[in-house]
Design a protein around this ligand. Structure first.
Ligand code: FE2
Length: 386
């Protein structure tokens, strides 16, 4: 696979990626992220957290009241982002095993497609392990076809075909009306979702995305790019052809102390989703609102801002405001980006969120990695896991 720096290069590349993407456009066209489903210990209370702190809106519900006997799911929405929070109602079974093993975490990264049957056939034909055969679900609003394959760890991709459906979410779900509706905070869509995989497994999973789903590697970071005095990791970013789905894959690398990826793998008991990056058009407003509502972000030392303008050039934002919030900035050939990372949002030091605002830049903030990892190391030191 060839390496190039940004998505625009992909369109004109000499490396053969255009061909890869054209083929993929034919065998697995993806319209975007459909939903992200987390298995959690208490969906009702998690839903309250994501409404209050992240500004998600009550969207749909399935449980005993809707005829679902063995689990309960709350669906939350903010602009194009849809979160599904699921908790089992019975002991034993796959969902409770998942929670026992991993704690609260992402089970499903669902992808919106026009043909879920073809998506299943094309990916499994190329070696993907089946999770769910194409299944038709229907109610008075029409029908949905879903199918699924496994990716890293116990994480799965579900392909959702909803062109013949106009219900609130999926058959079996009812509109969820609540008298508690905190304002959205300006989160727009899923920018990228990052997977942590085991030692030496990054290449295998990048090849998985290339082979079974027609993705190509758009960026690669070695442990020289991403290391501090103590810890290191390596990362490659895989993208589909239209750039709507981007999956960076991290693996730990040897450092003087324990890599943050290794800490994740220890507590999650294997590979899984490390962070969900969500886009906003105004990161200062979004982050102010989230902070006021109790979201905790990683601390960035004030020195980070001392030579900021020398590093990134002219920016529209007031540096003092960015400093107050701990928002990081990075520039590439196409523009710049602003980003910030939450502390883990679950009990184990595993999953967190990134809020990102892109002002031209299509990259992933490599210039911020050192500051970011040092911030994570301070947290690891507090946990005694560095
Ligand atoms: Fe990210």
């Amino acid at each position: 696979m060839a390496e190039i720096k940004n998505l625009k290069d992909l369109q004109n590349t000499e490396y053969g990626l255009k061909k890869i993407f054209e083929d993929a456009e034919d065998f697995l066209p993806l319209n975007g992220t459909d939903y992200i489903e987390l298995y959690v210990g208490n969906a009702k209370q998690s839903a309250h957290f994501y409404k209050t702190s992240f500004g998600f809106q009550s969207e749909a519900y399935a449980g005993l009241e809707t005829g679902m006997k063995d689990k309960v799911s709350f669906v939350l929405k903010q602009d194009k982002i849809r979160l599904v929070l699921t908790t089992p109602l019975e002991k034993g079974g796959k969902i409770i095993e998942h929670i026992d093993e991993h704690g609260d975490g992402v089970k499903v990264i669902a992808l919106w497609v026009d043909d879920a049957t073809k998506s299943f056939e094309e990916t499994t034909k190329r070696g993907a392990k089946p999770f769910m055969e194409p299944t038709k679900e229907e109610d008075e609003h029409g029908h949905v076809i879903r199918s699924g394959i496994y990716t890293y760890g116990e994480t799965v991709h579900i392909f959702v075909e909803r062109k013949n459906y106009d219900g609130v979410f999926l058959p079996g779900y009812k509109k969820w009306s609540s008298h508690y509706n905190p304002e959205p905070v300006g989160l727009k869509f899923v920018d990228h979702m990052v997977g942590n995989v085991g030692w030496g497994e990054m290449k295998k999973w990048c090849e998985f995305y290339a082979r079974t789903m027609g993705f190509a590697q758009i960026i690669s970071f070695t442990d020289d790019d991403i290391s501090t005095d103590y810890t290191a990791l390596m990362s490659k970013v895989m993208s589909n052809g239209n750039g709507r789905i981007k999956f960076p894959i991290n693996e730990p690398a040897k450092g003087k102390k324990k890599s943050q990826i290794e800490e994740y793998l220890d507590f999650y008991n294997g590979p899984g989703v490390q962070h969900i990056a969500v886009a906003t058009n105004n990161i200062v407003e979004t982050v102010s609102a989230m902070r006021n509502r109790g979201v905790e972000f990683l601390y960035v030392p004030e020195e980070y801002y001392d030579d900021l303008l020398d590093r990134v050039g002219k920016i529209d934002e007031d540096v003092e405001v960015l400093k107050k919030h701990g928002i990081l900035i990075d520039r590439d050939e196409e523009g710049y980006l602003l980003q910030i990372f939450t502390k883990p949002v679950v009990d184990r030091p595993t999953m967190f969120f990134e809020v990102i605002q892109r002002k031209g830049a299509q990259s992933f903030g490599v210039g911020n990695f050192k500051a970011l990892f040092e911030a994570i190391e301070r947290e690891q030191a507090n946990r005694g896991t560095l």
